[in-house]
Design a protein around this ligand. Structure first.
Ligand SMILES: [Zn+2]
Length: 303
C-alpha cells in the first residue's frame, strides 16, 4: 500500500478490476513477511508478483555498481549481492507458497544462475532484462554521463555477458524497457544528483537485435509473446494468425541506422547516435497503423 512496503494493498479489489501482475516497482518489497502474504494471496488465484530486487540496506545511497569503476571514481556503490539476496529470499518464498514470481530488470550473473536453478526445480519463475543492461556495462558510467545512471546500475562486463547468455538460452524470458522519462532538470545535472532511468521504448527491439541477436522465434518470443503471457494480457503477444487481434510491431531486422531524434518529450537516453541494426517500421493496434518510421501515424501519414 502506497509502495511503503508495510501493508498489503487491497489485492482483492485490484484482482476484481482485472489486475494480474502486482509490483511495488521503484521500491523493493523488503519485508519477507509482507512478501509472503502477497504470494499466499496470489498462489490461490494465479496472478504474478513481480519484484524490484534491490536490498535497501546493501544498496543504501549507492549510485553505481560496486567494482573496479566505482573504486576508480570513488563513488558509493551497490554490490551485485543487493539483487541476488532478494532474489534468493523470494525464490524460497515462492517455493513455500507456490506463487508465481517474476524478477524485474535482472542485472546480475548470480541472479541468472538462481533463476535457471529455480526453473530446473520446477518453480513458476520468470525474469526480464532491460535493453540497457544488455547493451552497456559500467565502463560507460566512467564517463559520469548521467544518461547511464539507472537502477539497478549498469554492471560489469561479466554480468552483462551472463544476461546476454541468459536471454539467448531462455533463462530470461522477456525484455522489458523499464522506460523512465525524466525532465532535463532532473537528469542534466551532475551524476550524483541525477535521477535514475533511461527512455528506451522507441529503440528496444533495435537495441536487442543489435547487441544480443536471436533467431526470429526467440526474438519475438522474448520481445512480445513472453511479456504478454507474464503480464496476463491475452489480447497481446499473439502470433500472426487468422482471428488473432492485429496488435503488431512490424520489424525489419536488416535495416542499419543511427537514431538521431526521439518523439519522447524527454531526452534522457543513451541511444541517440548509436549504430543499430533492425528497426520497427510500423506499429499496429486493432488493425490500425499507430506509428510509422518512428513517428505517430497521424504525422507519418500526412508527410
Ligand atoms: Zn524497478
Amino acid at each position: 500500500m502506497g509502495r511503503h512496503g508495510k501493508q498489503l494493498a487491497h489485492l482483492d479489489e485490484l484482482w476484481e478490476a482485472g489486475v494480474r501482475m502486482f509490483t511495488d516497482d521503484g521500491d523493493v518489497v523488503a519485508d519477507a513477511g509482507l512478501m509472503r502474504q502477497a504470494m499466499d494471496y496470489l498462489a490461490t488465484r494465479g496472478g504474478v508478483i513481480a519484484q524490484h530486487a534491490v536490498d535497501p540496506g546493501l544498496a543504501a545511497a549507492g549510485q553505481i555498481h560496486e567494482g573496479a569503476v566505482s573504486s576508480l571514481l570513488g563513488m558509493s556503490a551497490i554490490p551485485a549481492e543487493a539483487e541476488e539476496i532478494i532474489i534468493a529470499r523470494d525464490l524460497r518464498l515462492a517455493e513455500l507458497t507456490g506463487a508465481r514470481y517474476h524478477v524485474q530488470h535482472l542485472s546480475t550473473a548470480g541472479g541468472v544462475e538462481m533463476i535457471a536453478a529455480a526453473k530446473t526445480r520446477g518453480l513458476e519463475v520468470t525474469a526480464e532484462v532491460t535493453p540497457h543492461h544488455l547493451a552497456f556495462d559500467d565502463s560507460m558510467v566512467a564517463t559520469t554521463d548521467p544518461a547511464y545512471k539507472v537502477m539497478p546500475p549498469l554492471r560489469s562486463i561479466e554480468h552483462m555477458d551472463a544476461l546476454r547468455a541468459g536471454l539467448r538460452d531462455g533463462t530470461i524470458d522477456a525484455v522489458a524497457t523499464d522506460h523512465a522519462p525524466h525532465a532535463a532538470h532532473d537528469k542534466d545535472v551532475p551524476f550524483e544528483h541525477a535521477a535514475n532511468g533511461i527512455t528506451g521504448l522507441e529503440w528496444a527491439a533495435a537495441v536487442v537485435n543489435t547487441v544480443a541477436p536471436l533467431d526470429p522465434v526467440s526474438f519475438y518470443t522474448r520481445m512480445a509473446v513472453a511479456p504478454a503471457a507474464i503480464a496476463g494480457t491475452p489480447e497481446h503477444g499473439r502470433w500472426v494468425a487468422v482471428g488473432n487481434p492485429a496488435h503488431l510491431a512490424v520489424f525489419d531486422p536488416a535495416h542499419e541506422w543511427v537514431p538521431e531524434r526521439t518523439v519522447s518529450r524527454s531526452s534522457n537516453t543513451p541511444y541517440l547516435g548509436m549504430a543499430l541494426q533492425g528497426r520497427v517500421v510500423a506499429t499496429v493496434y486493432r488493425g490500425t497503423i499507430t506509428a510509422r518510421d518512428g513517428s505517430p501515424a497521424a504525422v507519418a501519414l500526412t508527410s
